[in-house]
Ligand binder design. Structure first.
Ligand SMILES: C[S@@+](CC[C@H](N)C(=O)[O-])C[C@H]1O[C@@H](n2cnc3c(N)ncnc32)[C@H](O)[C@@H]1O
Length: 198
């Protein structure tokens, strides 16, 4: 069973485009965002891919970073790129998140690869693993929409801004800020204000 939602199979195609893209899409946005976090924050990159450029942006901002990805090939490449960063090869849905909590969790290009129920599960897991005032930054379109992933051809689903705000409210997470990067990816930054009600 492929836990990576098609990315193990399409590793070469994805990495060629992602690592070699001249503008390193998302790097600047994540770096600017992460530089505003308190010093020595501990971060987790979910669905980290090869770590370039998003895990790198977190490192460059001074965070101590952990990472998770379900694709063995992504994890191998990540270990070559960043041998010093702890990474686990597993689905974010089955993970214990290194048996610890985090100041910030990031998921770039991940949440919309999951089904609706899986997205709810992930949001709950993330909320439970965030420290008070912790932040969750993730990308997904503003609109409630379904489309075919350009790399894998599999269905992607965005719950849309209202959907994410509603779900997160019940988990003690409020929308703090939003961004759009050079690749027109929409970012939601949620802050943990209280314990989960779920
Ligand atoms: C669009 S790529 C983004 C990779 C990386 N965040 C980046 O910025 O380049 C999606 C990544 O999520 C991983 N992935 C997909 N479903 C996953 C799951 N359930 N658990 C962990 N990783 C998953 C894939 O293996 C792939 O590396």
């Amino acid at each position: 069973m492929d836990l990576s939602n098609g990315y193990e199979q399409h590793f070469d195609q994805f990495v060629d485009h992602r690592e070699n893209h001249p503008s390193q899409i998302g790097y600047r946005t994540v770096l600017d965002w992460a530089q505003k976090l308190p010093k020595n924050s501990i971060g987790l990159d979910l669905g980290c891919g090869t770590g370039k450029p998003i895990t790198k942006a977190l490192m460059d901002a001074g965070l101590k970073v952990f990472a998770i990805d379900a694709s063995a090939k992504m994890v191998d490449r990540f270990r070559q790129n960043f041998p010093q960063i702890p990474i686990r090869e597993e689905s974010v849905l089955d993970s214990t998140f290194f048996d610890q909590t985090f100041d910030t969790i990031v998921a770039w290009g991940l949440i919309f690869l999951l089904g609706e129920e899986e997205q709810k599960t992930l949001l709950e897991l993330v909320s439970n693993k965030l420290n008070p005032k912790g932040t969750f930054l993730f990308t997904s379109p503003m609109q409630k929409v379904k489309w075919r992933d350009s790399v894998t051809g599999l269905e992607s689903i965005s719950m849309g801004r209202e959907g994410y705000v509603d779900l997160c409210k019940n988990l003690g997470l409020i929308l703090d800020s939003e961004y759009v990067d050079e690749g027109e990816n929409h970012y939601y930054s949620f802050k943990k204000i209280s314990s989960s009600k779920a």
